[in-house]
Design a binder for this molecule. Structure first.
Ligand code: IPM
Ligand code: MN
Length: 359
C-alpha cells in the first residue's frame, strides 16, 4: 500500500494528473499493490484565495506520505517566482529531494528535431543535483535603484551535497547504464561542469568525482564535459551519453535541451528524489495556461512521471509495463506529441495507455 499525495496544481496540471492517476490505479490492480491517494490544492488559485503557497504545516503533512505526484505550478495572474519558489522549490528543499532525475529518451514514432538520430541514439539520463548551486538564494542587492546598484547571487556547494549526488549517479550508472556506448566495454558516467571558468565549484565536483569513482566505482568509466560542449554534443552526437551528472543550474538548462531532443514537453518527465525520504514526480513542462480545460494537452509526460514514481518505489515491473504501453502509444497511435495535434483528446491518450497495459 502506497500513500500518495497528489498535487494537480495549475493550468493543465489537473488534466494531465487525472490521466496519470488513471494509469496508476489500473497498474495497482494489475500488479497487486494498492494506492491510497490524497489530493492537495496547492497552486495559483489557492494562493490567490489565501496568500498561501506551501505552508510549513503542509510540508509536515507531506512528510507522512510515501511519495508525491505533482501536475504543474504556474499561474498567469501570479507574478513569476512566487509559486515556483513557494511551492516547487520549497518542496524540493524542505523534503531534501537532492536528486532531480531526468531521462532523455526518444520513444518510437516520436519526432526529434535532430536529423538522422532515432531511439537508438537518443537514450540517456541526466542526474541533476537539486538542492545547491545558484538555487540557494545566497546573495543580495545593495544600493537598489541607484546607478551603483549591485546584485550578487552565488553558486553554493558543499562536499556533502556533491558526494551524495555523485554516489547516486554512480549507483545509477552501475545499475541502469548501458555498456559500450561506442567507448570501451564499461558503463559510463559523464560529469558536466565548467572547470575552465568556475574553478571553485567545479573543481570541487571534479575532485570528488574522480576520488569517489576511483575508490568506489572502478568499473564505471569516467568522462568529463564542459557544459557548453555538453549542449553541442547532445545535438551532434547524443549517442555518446548514457548517464550525465551535473549541478543544479546546468542541469536545469541541459534538461530543457534534452526535453526538446526527446520530442518536447509533452513527453519529458522527471523525479525530485530523496532516496531516504519523500520524493516528488512531475512532468517537466509548465502549466500551459493557453490549453487549460480544452482536453488537448498531452498527458504522457505526467504518465511517465507516475511510471518513474513506481520505479522509485520498487514497482519495477509495473513501471516497465507502463513505459512499454507509452512506447506502444507513441509508436502506433499518436499523430504528434503536440497539444491539439495528437489525433486524440487528453483523456483518450490516457485510455490508450490503459488499454495497452491491460492486454
Ligand atoms: C524545472 C523548472 C524549475 C527549476 C523552476 C520552475 C523553478 O524550470 O523544474 O526545471 O528551475 O528547477
Ligand atoms: Mn527547468
Amino acid at each position: 500500500m502506497y500513500k500518495i499525495a497528489v498535487i494537480p496544481g495549475d493550468g493543465t496540471g489537473p488534466e494531465v494528473t487525472a490521466e496519470a492517476v488513471k494509469v496508476l490505479k489500473v497498474a495497482a490492480d494489475k500488479f497487486n499493490f494498492k494506492v491510497d491517494l490524497t489530493e492537495f490544492d496547492f497552486g495559483g488559485e489557492r494562493y490567490k484565495r489565501t496568500g498561501e503557497t506551501l505552508p510549513d504545516s503542509a510540508v509536515e503533512e507531506l512528510r507522512k506520505f510515501d511519495t508525491i505526484l505533482l501536475g504543474a505550478i504556474g499561474h498567469p495572474d501570479v507574478a513569476p517566482g512566487i509559486l515556483e519558489k513557494g511551492i516547487l522549490l520549497k518542496a524540493r528543499f524542505a523534503l531534501d529531494q537532492y536528486i532531480n532525475l531526468r531521462p532523455v529518451k526518444l520513444y518510437p514514432g516520436v519526432e526529434t528535431p535532430i536529423k538522422d538520430k532515432g531511439p537508438d541514439e537518443i537514450d540517456f539520463v541526466v542526474v541533476r543535483e537539486n538542492t545547491g548551486d545558484l538555487y540557494t538564494g545566497t546573495g543580495g542587492i545593495s544600493m537598489k535603484g541607484t546607478p551603483h546598484e549591485v546584485a550578487v547571487q552565488s553558486a553554493v556547494y558543499n562536499r556533502f551535497q556533491v558526494d551524495r549526488c555523485l554516489r547516486y549517479a554512480f549507483e545509477y550508472a552501475k545499475k541502469y547504464g548501458k555498456k559500450a556506448r561506442g567507448k570501451g566495454d564499461k558503463n559510463t558516467l559523464a560529469l558536466c561542469g565548467k572547470t575552465n571558468v568556475l574553478t571553485y565549484i567545479y573543481d570541487l565536483w571534479e575532485r570528488a568525482f574522480h576520488e569517489i569513482g576511483k575508490a568506489e566505482y572502478p568499473d564505471i568509466e569516467r568522462e568529463y564535459y564542459h557544459v557548453d560542449a555538453t549542449c553541442m554534443w547532445m545535438i551532434k552526437n547524443p549517442e555518446w551519453f548514457d548517464v550525465i551528472v551535473t549541478g543544479n543550474m546546468f542541469g536545469d538548462i541541459i534538461t530543457d535541451l534534452g526535453a526538446m531532443v526527446q520530442g518536447g514537453m509533452g513527453i519529458a518527465a522527471g523525479g525530485n528524489i530523496n532516496p531516504e525520504g519523500v520524493s516528488m514526480f512531475e512532468p517537466i513542462g509548465g502549466s500551459a495556461p493557453k490549453y487549460t480545460g480544452k482536453g488537448v494537452i498531452n498527458p504522457l509526460a505526467a504518465i511517465c512521471s507516475a511510471q518513474m514514481m513506481l520505479a522509485t518505489l520498487g514497482e519495477e515491473d509495473a513501471a516497465d509495463k507502463i513505459e512499454k504501453a507509452v512506447m506502444y502509444v507513441t509508436g502506433n497511435k499518436l499523430k504528434s506529441l503536440q497539444a491539439g495535434r495528437m489525433g486524440y483528446s487528453t483523456a483518450e491518450v490516457g485510455d490508450l495507455v490503459v488499454e495497452k497495459l491491460c492486454e
